[in-house]
Design a protein around this ligand. Structure first.
Ligand code: FE2
Length: 276
């Protein structure tokens, strides 16, 4: 057994996206461009509707997956093929964009707290042009495992005998939402060769010698076991891992492919209506 430690600590950067949604970007910023296979991680958290009400009007994606996990609030998803879904507090959506779709992500509330995360996970070359697929996960479908002084919601992967509802993803992801009370301890084993990170979003805790505050992302070293301890009450963080692809990344906005030619093709397909 080798312990995974925090080999790098990155702070999320305030930015805005969509039609002016304010958010904190922990992956895909100047400090951390990507973390193979993860391409982007955003946290949106505000109780001021001006920060989120405009949402994300129609935009395309190709070549990767987006994972939205809501802690609070309501967000509607609709695409050009007629797929529609409502994300509610505690729910998730794992969307495989594959060869392409055009969709909107719209807040369905006019006041109150909107809090959640969007993660982008890359697809291997062989799967980039797969058909789009949605896994809409109702809050009640996410198992919650009680641990000593805490609890863990399992969105993807396995923890404490519970299997997350997200299935059949090429990179074999683990996506855990961990909550620890004061002095609570969390421990899990992750596949040794998988890229893994923790993202703290409330309270304070430690992984090895690293202190994690809200909006800090700890890139974990290779190894198998990760241990986290809460130093205060209500320490909350995401623990995420997946198999790295080790493939070239050509990226432009909402398109993530392997070569520049494929990016040009994506633009051409989008402009000429071959996405919808
Ligand atoms: Fe999107």
């Amino acid at each position: 057994m080798s312990e995974r430690t925090v080999e790098r600590l990155v702070s999320a950067v305030p930015t805005s996206d969509g039609a002016g949604v304010r958010l904190s970007r922990a992956i895909a910023n100047a400090e951390l461009d990507h973390l193979d296979p993860f391409l982007l991680l955003d946290e949106f958290r505000s109780d001021d509707p001006n920060d989120y009400i405009a949402g994300f009007p129609d935009h395309p994606h190709r070549g990767f997956e987006t994972v939205t996990y809501m802690l609070a609030g309501k967000m509607e998803h609709a695409d050009h093929a007629g797929n529609r879904g409502l994300l509610t507090s505690g729910g998730a959506q794992w969307m495989t964009a594959g060869r392409g779709l055009i969709h909107s992500e719209t807040p369905k509330q006019e006041d109150g707290l909107m809090w959640g995360f969007q993660l982008w996970v890359n697809l291997p070359a062989a799967n980039k042009m797969t058909a789009p697929r949605y896994q809409d996960i109702d809050p009640s479908a996410i198992p919650e495992v009680t641990i000593e002084r805490g609890s863990v919601r399992v969105i993807a992967g396995v923890f404490g005998g519970a299997t997350g509802p997200v299935q059949g993803i090429v990179t074999d992801p683990v996506y855990l939402d961990v909550r620890l009370d004061a002095l609570g301890r969390f421990e899990t084993t992750l596949p040794e060769d998988h890229t893994a990170f923790v993202y703290a979003y409330q309270g304070q805790g430690t992984v090895g010698a690293a202190v994690l505050e809200p909006k800090s992302l700890g890139v974990l070293s290779k190894g198998d076991t990760i241990r986290a301890t809460a130093t205060g009450s209500d320490f909350r963080f995401l623990c995420i891992a997946a198999r790295p692809l080790n493939e070239p990344i050509a990226r432009y906005g909402p398109f993530v492919m392997n070569t520049r030619e494929e990016i040009h093709q994506a633009f051409d397909d989008f402009r000429n209506g071959r996405f919808a």
